[in-house]
Ligand binder design. Structure first.
Ligand SMILES: [Mg+2]
Length: 348
């Protein structure tokens, strides 16, 4: 097996800011690592590792891990064994492991002539799966403009956690008075009382689907459970739910989970994290980072295991090097995907 990888800088159409990066000016480029695996039988697959500052996995860390990987230990015929080997290279590093996991599944399922969603016996129903469109933290004027531009997306996700949250939400409502909105606090509200006050205010202003990660993942379980008990809106764990093994905290403190492939170490881990959450009666969604159509399509293959999708990372950029599933009017579709099997993506 041969492993190749390289950095690719995605350029954002609009400056991107969330609660954890409020001190900076926001970001206009975002680094990812594209991964390719190929073997002697001419099988090949592509993958992607999106970088994340929140989980201390910038491009440099991802590349350093990938350089340590002995590609002869990876096999399209043994994905579980290959992932076990990666865990012996180093713990953590889920973004880098995600890149390899996607490439392994792409290669294996292309060779088997099935799409990844059929490999997992999930199928994919066209016309059913809708992604939200994310609005980052900004000034009320820019928020109003962004919300108008996003008029064709049926669901919005507003990032909060700045001193201007209420003015920003009011601006959103001026541009989209009744549209369903989900709100992502990215751990911004530091006490349970502050979180509850903000959630009650948002609830009073109508048509909010749910709140993502109101408090820091390091908050006490007792505080998060206190909030769950009183919150008038459903709470989804993002920073508090990485792997299926985090299910106890999620079940006690949240109503649902936001699964991301860079947190689970790829599609295999995400399948497990979603199934585990569903078995515990939690709502599920898949989220994303700023990423190309490789990671977005990888997430879309698991759509049948979710109640909600937030896979708009490739819509926020203007130099996507891949074509895969589409998101016309927010509806995720493989109808025009350039490949019939595997991940169903192709380089532009
Ligand atoms: Mg989130």
């Amino acid at each position: 097996m041969k492993l190749q990888f390289g950095r690719f800088d995605l350029t954002l159409t609009r400056t991107w800011r969330i609660a954890s990066g409020l001190s900076g000016a926001g970001t206009n480029t975002y680094g990812v690592v594209l991964v390719e695996l190929s073997d002697a039988q001419a099988r090949s697959g592509v993958g992607e590792a999106a970088s994340t500052t929140r989980y201390a996995q910038p491009v440099e860390v991802i590349e350093a891990f990938l350089r340590e990987v002995d590609a002869s230990r990876l096999s399209f015929d043994d994905i579980a064994g290959s992932m076990k080997y990666l865990d012996t290279v180093a713990a953590g590093n889920d973004a880098a492991k995600c890149g390899i996991n996607i490439a392994l599944l792409d290669g294996a399922t292309k060779a088997a002539k099935v799409p990844i969603y059929d490999h997992f016996k999930l199928g994919f129903t066209e016309g059913k799966h809708v992604t939200s469109f994310s609005i980052g933290i900004d000034t009320p004027d820019v928020i109003r403009e962004k919300v108008r531009e996003a008029g064709h997306y049926p669901v919005l996700k507003l990032k909060v956690g700045s001193p201007d949250d209420r003015a920003n939400f009011t601006a959103l409502r001026e541009a989209a008075p009744t549209k369903p909105v989900r709100v992502d606090a990215n751990e911004a509200w530091t006490t349970k009382e502050e979180a509850l006050r903000n959630i009650e205010w948002l609830h009073a202003h109508g048509n909010i689907q749910f709140i993502e990660q109101p408090m820091p993942a390091t908050s006490s379980r007792a505080d998060m459970a206190w909030l769950k008990e009183r919150s008038p809106l459903l709470l989804f764990a993002d920073e508090s739910y990485h792997h299926a093994s985090d299910i106890e905290v999620a079940a006690e403190c949240f109503h649902g989970v936001n699964v991301k492939l860079v947190k689970t170490g790829g599609i295999s881990g995400a399948y497990e994290a979603l199934q585990t959450a569903r078995q515990r009666g939690l709502k599920t969604m898949i989220g994303c980072m700023i990423e190309t159509s490789v990671l977005i399509s990888a997430a879309a293959h698991l759509a049948e295991l979710t109640d909600h999708l937030d896979i708009d990372g490739n819509i926020l950029i203007n130099n996507d090097p891949y074509v895969g599933c589409t998101a016309e009017n927010g509806i995720i579709s493989f109808a025009t995907a350039p490949e019939k099997f595997g991940l169903r993506v192709k380089a532009r």
